[in-house]
Design a protein around this ligand. Structure first.
Ligand SMILES: Cc1cc2nc3c(=O)[nH]c(=O)nc-3n(C[C@H](O)[C@H](O)[C@H](O)COP(=O)(O)O)c2cc1C
Length: 425
């Protein structure tokens, strides 16, 4: 029988049974919800961000707007949800309950102060309620309370100051959650470290507009005739999340453990975040889309992957892709390739021919009798747009050409057309 693999990871001294956590959001809004998630297999939670009772929290309505691709595939979600509106006492009791009944799961209290004193009070109250860690939320991009959330996360001195306040108010590890709505994410992360953060979580939602009503001209979500840029999440932001986590992981001066967030729905998404440097991963929109049970296939998929690669521990995967991550100027430009067509599988739709003409290198001719593309390798730009348009998975792939290969000089215009144009000038 194959040896069992070890999915456990150590995050700031806490041993999680697997790297999978709920992120702070409606999916982690109460003890009942989180308990169901723990039963399903999630190893930890960043509980929905709690605040003091000083200011009432009222969520705009409607709270979310879906962003769909073809076939109603949910590519992202734009939300205007605020921090928890449940009241501090109710939330602290829930954290207490979770810690009492699920001692082996990581319960992180996500907090947001609207004053320095509130950051201190919420840190202490979270520790007293038994939270294992704090997540310092300086990253929500659409707070209705002015000067909070990402507005704080974009000002490095404030990131340092509030992290420091939390550090001086409790002893549990502090995870600072970063906004992606910034140029260089390592800057606030380094200031969080200066303030005493033990780890970094990234990313919170990306400020976006998921659409505009074409009849009423109101941007989405349409909150009674008004729209606003606000937090965009889900699969569409995964490339942004991966990039930021990689930048944090590569920053030697930072050197803190990372919790990766952004567009994770499958074990492959999670694996990619681990390979790029995350120790734990957190999920919201994947659960909004499919439910908490996705953790089962995440656990199964990651376990099977480890077994197939003969890797005993998931911890051995963390950061393994980083040595292969470079700047574009490091690429070996002497090596070139072209598109390769497996024409036995071609269905003759002609999509490749169309896009090669309209967006590629004019490298395809069309054999109308056979209904097949005919590739001139010399003209192929290896842009691969034909492979995006082809409905048959894996029919068009990339192949490297021998060092003697030279791409034709003029590729954007067919020679005949070039002559005609020259004649007209
Ligand atoms: C409806 C909604 C509410 C959220 N509320 C919070 C919050 O209270 N605190 C927080 O730190 N992040 C909050 N987030 C951000 C998520 O924790 C997470 O960073 C983001 O959704 C990206 O992950 P995803 O692509 O898996 O959804 C919220 C996200 C959504 C969609």
């Amino acid at each position: 029988m194959a040896k069992p693999v070890d999915l456990s990871v150590d995050f700031c001294g806490f041993k999680l049974r697997n790297p999978f956590m709920l992120s702070s959001s409606p999916v982690s809004n109460s003890a009942e919800m989180v308990e169901r998630a723990f039963e399903a297999g999630w190893a930890g939670v960043a509980y929905k961000t709690i605040v003091s009772d000083r200011l009432p929290i009222i969520h705009p309505s409607p709270r979310m707007n879906g962003y769909f691709g073809g076939g109603k595939k949910l590519l992202g979600v734009q939300n205007v949800e605020q921090t928890s509106d449940r009241g501090l006492k109710a939330n602290l009791l829930d954290i207490m309950y979770l810690k009492k009944h699920w001692p082996d799961r990581l319960v992180m209290s996500s907090i947001m102060g609207f004053s320095n004193q509130e950051w201190a009070d919420l840190s202490k109250a979270s520790e007293d309620a038994g939270a294992d860690m704090l997540e310092v939320n300086v990253s929500c991009p659409h707070m209705t309370v002015e000067g909070s959330g990402a507005k704080v996360g974009q000002v490095q001195d404030l990131v340092q100051k509030f992290t420091e306040t939390c550090r001086n108010s409790c002893r549990i590890p502090i995870v600072a959650k970063m906004t992606p709505n910034i140029t260089d994410i390592t800057v606030p992360a380094l200031y969080a470290k200066k303030g005493g953060a033990d780890a970094i979580a990234a990313i919170n939602s990306v400020a976006g507009l998921s659409g505009v009503g074409v009849d009423d001209w109101v941007p989405n979500p349409n909150v009674f005739g008004k729209g606003a840029a606000s937090g965009f999440t889900g699969p569409a932001i995964k490339p942004i999340g991966l990039r930021y986590v990689a930048e944090l992981a590569k920053c030697r001066e930072l050197g803190l453990p990372l919790s990766g967030i952004g567009g994770i729905e499958t074990w492959v998404d999670a694996l990619e975040y681990l390979l790029i440097g995350s120790t734990t991963i957190q999920v919201t929109t994947g659960i909004i889309h499919y439910g908490q049970q996705i953790v089962e296939s995440m656990i199964e998929g990651l376990s099977d992957y480890l077994a197939s690669k003969k890797i005993a521990r998931v911890g051995d995967l963390i950061g393994k892709a980083l040595p292969n991550l470079h700047e574009t100027h490091d690429f070996d430009l002497s090596r070139q390739g072209v598109a390769r067509y497996d024409l036995d599988r071609c269905i003759g739709c002609g999509q490749c021919y169309t896009v090669c003409k309209d967006a590629g290198g004019w490298a395809l001719d069309w054999d109308a009798q056979k209904r097949r593309p005919v590739l001139d390798e010399k003209k192929c730009l290896s842009c691969m747009v034909c492979s995006f348009a082809c409905p048959v998975d894996g029919l068009i792939t990339f192949k490297e050409m021998p060092p003697t290969y030279r791409r034709a000089d003029t590729v954007t215009l067919g020679k005949g057309l070039e002559k005609q144009l020259k004649a007209k000038i």
